[in-house]
Every structure is written in structure tokens, then in C-alpha cells.
Design a protein around this ligand. Structure first.
Ligand SMILES: *[C@@H]1O[C@H](CO)[C@@H](O)[C@H](O)[C@H]1NC(C)=O
Ligand SMILES: [Cu+2]
Length: 185
């Protein structure tokens, strides 16, 4: 019986690891949403200790016409310059899929909202446990032009293949795990 328990513990650990590789959804500032914060630094506090990974989704909750969300460079984030955003969405709520690793900077372009603290900087980790497929042939038929920009909205772009496949694998392992447990007890 003890060896069965060992197997179960192993499977649980594997299952947990695979689940953690799946895409997470983060609602920016939770119930407060994407707005002018009451305290400067509210967004950096919110982002602290969050483990953003490629494929995760940021939900910017705001009312269309009262705010928007623009991804900008670090320089434009620091200076609240919305002149040349990398990406902008003016209809809320905005679901932004994190498509690339590294630093991402978001501001609201309305009035002095950014100066008043409506700005968010995050660091996206490249997912450590989903290595790129090694022998996938190049896809010549795939259009190279309209690839989604950094931080495109969820409905407009294909979801990253890594997260999709880890969801599938995680689901498969979970099903397998359930089957094993049913057989053991
Ligand atoms: C955005 O994400 C939220 C939370 O996951 C979801 O309820 C909502 O349907 C999504 N909206 C769009 C337009 O995808
Ligand atoms: Cu705003």
C-alpha cells in the first residue's frame, strides 16, 4: 500500500507542475479595476509577487470612454507619453494576452490619469517548463504579415501554442490520474 501512495504522490506532483504551466488570468487591481488609484504605487504593489508568464491574460476592467489601455515603451511609461503606443485598446474591459517575455508597460492615455498613477509595469517570465517543439517543420503557408502585436487582445490573435499544448497535456495527465485513483480504491 505504501508504494501505491508513493505513486499517487508522484502523479499529484506531476499534475500540479503541469497545471501551473497553464495560462493564468489576472484581473488588474482585482475589484478596483483599471482606474486612477487612490494611492500612487497601487499597481506596482498589485504586480509584486505575481508570476506572469507567456500566455497569461491581463484583464483591464474599465468602462469604455472613461479610460483606455495602451502598451508603451519604458521611456513613454516613465514620462506618461501616449504619442506612439505599441498597442492600444479603447473598449473595456480589455483582455491582454502576454505574448512575449520581458518588461511590459501599460498606461491610460486619458487626461492626466497616467500622471496620477494609472500605470502598470510587469515582467513576464518565459515559461520554464514548456520547451519549444524541437522538430516542428516551418509553416510556409502561415502569413508573416499580420502577426499580432505585443499584447494583442485575446479574441484577435491565436493563443500561443505552448500554453495551449500544456493545457492539453495537463488535462490528459489529470484524466490519467483520476483513472489511476479510481482503480486503486
Ligand atoms: C476577458 O476575460 C474574462 C475573465 O477571464 C472573461 O470573463 C471575458 O469573457 C473575457 N472577455 C473577452 C472579450 O474575451
Ligand atoms: Cu484612465
Amino acid at each position: 500500500m505504501a508504494s501505491y501512495m508513493g505513486v499517487i504522490v508522484c502523479l499529484l506532483v506531476v499534475s500540479t507542475l503541469l497545471h501551473s504551466a497553464a495560462a493564468d488570468t489576472y484581473v488588474v487591481l482585482d475589484n478596483l479595476g483599471w482606474t486612477i488609484p487612490s494611492g500612487n504605487g497601487a499597481y506596482s504593489t498589485w504586480a509584486t509577487n505575481k508570476d506572469f508568464e507567456i500566455g497569461d491574460v491581463l484583464v483591464f476592467n474599465f468602462r469604455t470612454g472613461q479610460h483606455d489601455v495602451a502598451e508603451v515603451t519604458k521611456a513613454n511609461y516613465d514620462s506618461c507619453n501616449s504619442a506612439s503606443p505599441l498597442f492600444i485598446q479603447s473598449t473595456g474591459p480589455a483582455n491582454v494576452t502576454l505574448g512575449t517575455s520581458g518588461e511590459h508597460y501599460y498606461i491610460c492615455t486619458f487626461g492626466t490619469h497616467c500622471q496620477n498613477g494609472q500605470k502598470l509595469a510587469i515582467v513576464v517570465e518565459s515559461s520554464s517548463d514548456s520547451p519549444p517543439p524541437s522538430n516542428t517543420p516551418p509553416a510556409p503557408s502561415q502569413p508573416s504579415g499580420p502577426s499580432p502585436p505585443r499584447g494583442s487582445t485575446t479574441p484577435s490573435g491565436p493563443s500561443p501554442p505552448n500554453s495551449a499544448s500544456s493545457v492539453t497535456v495537463g488535462g490528459f495527465i489529470s484524466a490519467l490520474l483520476s483513472t489511476v485513483i479510481v482503480f486503486l480504491f
